[in-house]
Ligand binder design. Structure first.
Ligand code: A3P
Length: 303
């Protein structure tokens, strides 16, 4: 990018606070609300693949896996661009970047598309075109911790406040993109009505190759063991942390301040234990039980 333009953005970011709005009662950055009609009327294509998640569930990890599956494990081609450029995020309208929907419109097929929307907000054309969706779900306790650190370092989102404040806000579903509970339950209920593969982050940590195989079968790809091994290796936490195309080091530090918290922070199951107080854990478990009762969804918070 032109250094002058970059400097101007840096100046703008110094005075920037992310204003929030709502879409159907779900909190989003105001810039997303402003173009909601455009987002909702987005035209999916039959051969799109939608990667849907609640924020911090392992979206970037899945983007890399799916991209490499489509490329039959061609690592060099997977490194053609940063992850966030290869996979447009249709929810996002973060200036000065062009809206995610517009970036997607100009892309050649087959496209990978990212969303954090709860299912009722997904543009209907995805269902009309019977698009395949890979949904990643991660346990709520690790999500709240990861999201808290992400909002600390991401200057384009509101400041998260203290850990204690953030904890309460998350339980109330007031964080950007709304309730974790509504997100995971909504997608879970819909999974048999559409072409949705529901994958758990904890399963990916436990046995990445098994999950990569499952995802490639779902996408109609029969990959050799060797290719599966390559994909596993190239999408390991350590490899992605080193890779400038996946570690967000191409995003300027006045937007993602990775000295505050790295984008690829820990990549573990159970880091919540280093953050939750005993009292918070009791409050969380009670609310969790109330909200998840009867959902049929089970998460592991440790392995
Ligand atoms: P932590 O903050 O717990 O480390 P998203 O891409 O949806 O924003 O998710 C980011 C989270 O996924 C971060 O969690 C990040 O470290 C983790 N992650 C990204 N790539 C990973 C990988 N290859 N293996 C395990 N975790 C990964």
């Amino acid at each position: 990018m032109d250094p002058e333009v970059l400097k101007k953005i840096e100046e703008d970011m110094k005075n920037f606070t992310c204003k929030m709005g709502e879409i159907q009662g779900v909190p989003f950055p105001e810039t997303t609300c402003e173009i909601w009609d455009k987002i909702y009327n987005f035209q999916a294509r039959e051969d799109d693949i939608l990667i849907a998640t609640f924020p911090k569930a392992g979206t970037t990890w899945m983007q890399e896996i799916v991209d490499l599956i489509l490329l039959n494990g061609d690592v060099e081609r997977s490194m053609r661009a940063p992850s966030f450029m290869k996979v447009p995020f249709i929810d996002l309208n973060a200036k000065p970047r062009i809206p995610g929907v517009e970036a997607a419109n100009t892309m050649e097929s087959p496209r990978l598309i990212k969303t954090h929307f709860q299912i009722q907000l997904v543009p209907p054309s995805f269902w009309e075109k019977n698009v395949k969706v890979v949904y990643v779900a991660r346990n709520a306790k690790d999500c709240v911790v990861s999201y808290y650190h992400f909002q600390r370092m991401n200057k384009a989102l509101p400041d998260p406040g203290t850990w204690n404040e953030y904890f309460s806000m998350f339980l109330a579903g007031k964080n950007p993109w709304g309730s974790w509970f509504d997100n995971v339950i909504g997608w879970w209920k819909a999974k048999d009505k559409h072409q949705i593969l529901y994958v758990f982050y904890e399963d990916m940590i436990e046995d990445p190759k098994r999950e990569i195989r499952k995802i490639s079968k779902f996408l109609g790809k029969d990959l050799t063991e060797e290719v599966l091994d390559t994909i596993q290796l190239h999408t390991s936490f350590d490899a992605m942390k080193e890779n400038p195309m996946t570690n967000f080091s191409t995003v300027p530090s006045f937007v993602f301040d990775q000295s505050v918290s790295a984008f690829l922070r820990k990549g573990k199951v159970g880091d919540w234990k280093n953050h939750f107080t005993v009292a918070q854990n009791i409050v969380f478990d009670e609310e969790y039980k109330r909200k998840m009762e009867g959902s049929g969804l089970n998460f592991r918070t440790e392995l």
